[in-house]
Design a protein around this ligand. Structure first.
Ligand code: ZN
Length: 191
């Protein structure tokens, strides 16, 4: 699938919104991505996972296990694992620390694919990678549906995304949309 085709698919499902938003980080942005709105349809989740799996295959990257961070990464992680026919586990944040719980574990030298829904600053992905270090498993790649950094974040391993967006985000006091008098909305919290 081409970038434009993917963008249309996300937009049709309201997963990709343009406007004036307050992100969970507190920053303001003109773009908002809510993966759950497209991943609620298993068929669409499958198609997106197949697209990501294709990129891994083209690069000859082999995977033993998918690790994704809760909550955002769990659904796409599970679907990726189904397509790749490997197991899927997830990390959780407990008192600020990212770790594997529920009896999940990794073996020495297991090839790990990190699966995220969206990468913005890459900080939380780096925390996930760091949390696995003591296991001796090897992170071989990072994939995400959307890359809001337009490829600027470096994890030291190959990384792939379906949609690369150079999304602008601003501190509230520097937000040009606020300066024009518009008010930022928090789409994730509206129900
Ligand atoms: Zn603003």
């Amino acid at each position: 699938m081409q970038q434009e085709e993917l963008k249309t698919l996300f937009k049709e499902n309201n997963a990709l919104l343009t406007g004036h938003f307050k992100l969970s980080s507190g920053l303001h942005s003109d773009t908002y991505f809510q993966s759950a709105l497209i991943l609620q349809y298993p068929k669409k989740a499958e198609i997106l996972s197949q697209e990501l799996a294709k990129k891994l295959k083209e690069s000859g990257i082999e995977v033993d296990v998918v690790v994704s961070p809760a909550m955002g990464g769990i659904i796409i992680g599970q679907e990726m694992a189904r397509v790749l026919r490997v197991r899927a586990i997830f990390t959780e944040r407990v008192d600020g620390t990212v770790l594997l719980r529920r009896g999940f574990s990794l073996k020495e030298n297991e090839k790990v694919l990190i699966v995220e829904d969206v990468i913005t600053t890459g900080l939380s992905t780096k925390e996930v990678i760091n949390s696995l270090k003591s296991s001796g498993a090897k992170v071989v790649a990072v994939v995400s549906l959307v890359d809001r950094s337009a490829g600027k974040v470096d994890f030291g391993v190959p990384r792939f995304s379906l949609l690369s967006i150079d999304a602008k985000s601003y501190k509230e006091e520097e937000c040009p949309m606020c300066k024009e008098g518009s008010k930022a909305i928090k789409p994730g919290s509206r129900r």
